[in-house]
Design a protein around this ligand. Structure first.
Ligand code: SAM
Length: 283
């Protein structure tokens, strides 16, 4: 009979946050797959658990995933842990879960510490609807595309960020959402120096220029106010394209500019502009 894969969340700072069920699962598993075996060994020593560890991380997950799946299919039970928090959430594990599911292996996620949810709960931002955005890419183009796609997002947005990249990220968030947008910066959660600063993007930029950021951060950003997201009508788009073309812009550039200004897809604006010019010819 096939074994199982357990996703075991581990503390994000406070060792007291390991649950009884996580402890028992680690004890009872045949082996533990860990993001960094040295980090997980410290936790296991603290818990007094001796268990065989295999590494499973970003750069070996392709071939290690197959080996783990084979072991589980042969009847072993695997507990997957990451360095801290919930495996598979901005952590290795997503692919292993997919692989196991495809192989018909039962996957069981044990609830427990997760930096995103802990931050959202104490952020003071709206929690009714939210989206998790993980880490922004360091590549300029995909970072800009990611932020552009969020310009009209009305749900609360959750980002992970490392301290040395915080200031640049705050600048980019302010450029995308405006410096008055609310943000809660949740730092060192569950640790001795846990801190939540509830402020605006503009003020946060100033604050961290004076106080260099230290520790781990989750950024919880307020969604766009509903009125900012009013959808531009076809006639708004057509009028703007016509105006820009009258000012000397090519149709292609006018469509591009209008799409950007009204936050509409380029192909939609192109179709509107085209149908408008066809109407003009028909008249
Ligand atoms: N899977 C983990 C989870 O969901 O809790 C997150 C892993 S991700 C690689 C690490 C990021 O989580 C950090 O860069 C930081 O943004 C956030 N994080 C983890 N622990 C934290 C803590 N104690 N306080 C604030 N943020 C934390």
């Amino acid at each position: 009979m096939a074994g199982m894969l357990y996703l075991v969340p581990t503390p994000i700072g406070n060792l007291g946050d390991i649950s009884q069920r996580c402890r028992e699962t680690l004890e009872q598993a045949d082996f533990i797959a860990a993001e960094d075996t040295r980090v997980s060994l410290k936790l296991l020593n603290h818990l007094g658990i001796k268990k065989s560890l295999v590494s499973y991380y970003e750069h070996n997950k392709a071939f290690k995933g197959d080996q783990i799946v084979q072991r589980i299919l042969a009847g072993e039970t695997c507990a997957l842990v990451s360095d801290a928090g919930s495996p598979a959430i901005s952590d290795p594990g997503e692919d292993l879960v997919k692989q196991c599911a495809q192989a018909g292996i039962v996957v069981c996620a044990i609830p427990g510490p997760c930096a995103a949810i802990t931050a959202l709960s104490i952020s003071g931002q709206a929690t009714g609807r939210f989206c998790f955005e993980g880490f922004l890419s360091t590549a300029k183009k995909s970072r800009r595309e990611h932020l552009d796609s969020l310009k009209n997002e009305t749900r609360t947005m959750i980002f992970y960020e490392a301290p040395h990249k915080l200031s640049a990220t705050l600048e980019d968030l302010a450029e995308a959402f405006g410096s008055d947008r609310g943000i809660s910066l949740c730092r060192e959660l569950t640790k001795l120096h846990e801190e939540v600063i509830r402020t605006t993007l503009g003020q946060a930029i100033g604050y961290y220029q004076e106080n260099p950021p230290k520790g781990e951060f989750v950024l919880v950003v307020a969604g766009a106010p509903a009125q900012e997201t009013a959808v531009a009508s076809d006639s708004d788009a057509a009028a703007r394209v016509a105006q820009l073309m009258q000012e000397g812009m090519s149709r292609k550039d006018a469509v591009k500019q209008t799409a950007k200004e009204l936050n509409l897809p380029k192909n939609v604006v192109y179709d509107i502009a085209l149908s408008q010019s066809e109407d003009t010819i028909c008249e």
